[in-house]
Design a protein around this ligand. Sequence first.
Ligand code: KG4
Ligand code: ZN
Length: 363
Amino acid sequence: MPPNMIILAIETSCDDTCVAIVEAKKNKSGQVNFRALSNIISSQVKLHAKYGGVYPALAKREHQKNLPLIFKKAVKEAKKNIDLISVTAGPGLEPCLWTGINFATDLAEKLKKPIVTTNHIEAHILVNFLDQNQNLKNKSQIFPAICLVVSGGHTQLILMKGIGKYRILGETRDDAAGECFDKTARILGLGYPGGPIMSKLADKQAGSRSSSSGKLIIKLPRPMISQKNYDFSFSGLKTAVLYDFKSRADKTRKSKEYIQKMALEIQQAIIDVLVNKTLKAVRDYGARSIILGGGVTANKELRKQLQQSLDRKKMKISLIAPEQALCTDNALMTALAGFFRYLKRGKWKNIRANANLRIDEKL
Ligand code: KG4
Ligand code: ZN
C-alpha cells in the first residue's frame, strides 16, 4: 500500500444512500490510521414509512436521484484526490446494489482508478476496527471472535478467525430480527423502522412503576432458544404478536399499556434468543471476543443484557460494538472493507451485484 490512500466508498444496498471518503495513512510504526474526511448518509426512511418497509423500485429511484448529489457534496468536503473506489456488491436489494455499482464503475473509468467490491455484512463487522481515534484496534486480543450481525435483512452468527476469515455458524431461517421489529411495529400501528420506536416504548414501560402491574399479561415465545444449533427463526414471534393483537378488544389494542407492554415483550423475546445463542457460540468456539454489527445492535438493551450475561457467567470476553450511529448502514464501513479487500487481492475484474452474497463466499 502507498503511505497514503484516499478511498471513496459507496453503499446503496438497502434504503440509505451513503458516500464516504476515508484517508488510510501508515504511521511511523507501520500501523494504519483511518480518518473520515466525509461520511454522508441520505436516508429514505420517510418515503418508505408509508409502506411499513422498503419498496425496492422506489429505493432504486431515490438512490439514482441522491447518489450524484451526495457524491458531489462528499468530494467538496474531503478536498482530496481519490485513489481507490469501494462499492457494496451484496447482500442487499439487487436493483439498489446495481445503482451503486453502475455509479462506481463509471466513476472508476472516468478517474482511471481501481475499484473493489465489498460484502455488506463484512463491512458491518469491520467498522468495529476503528477505535475512537480511528486507528486500527489491537487485533491480537480479538480472535477468534463471534460476530453477531443483526440487521433488517440478516441475523447471523459468524466465527471470525481474522480479517477475511469467516465461517457462518448459524442464521435466521425466515425473518431477520430487524424485520421482526419492523413487521410487529406495523401490526401495532407504529411507524417505520420499528426497532428504534419499539426500543423507546420498551424503555418507557420498563421505567414505569406499573411495568408489571395491571391485569394485562403478555407472554411471547422465544423461538429455537433451546435448540442445539446457532440458527434463529423470528416469523413465529411475529405471528404470535398478530394472534395476541387480534384476540384483544379494540380498546385494549389501542391502549398505552398494551402497546408499551407488547414493545417490551417483543424486544425481550428477541434479546433472549440473540444473547442465548451468542453465548453458546462463544463457549463452543472458545472465542476471545464478541463483535456486534448491524442496525439492531444499536439497541441499548441488547448491549446491556449481553454484557450482564457475560458478567453473570464470569466470562471474560470483550464485547466490541460500533458507536450507535455506525451500527446502521453507512459508507465508512464500506471504505474499511474495501481497503482490506484491496490489500488482499488488488483490484477487481468481475463487478456485479449479488443480492444473496455470503460472507464466506468469494466476491
Ligand atoms: O443495518 P441496517 O441499517 O440495514 C440493513 O442492512 O438492514 O438495519 C436496519 C434495521 C431495521 O430493521 C431497524 O428496525 C433496526 O435495524 N434497528 C433497531 C434499532 N435501530 C435500528 N432495532 C432495534 N433497536 C434499535 N435501536
Ligand atoms: Zn446493513
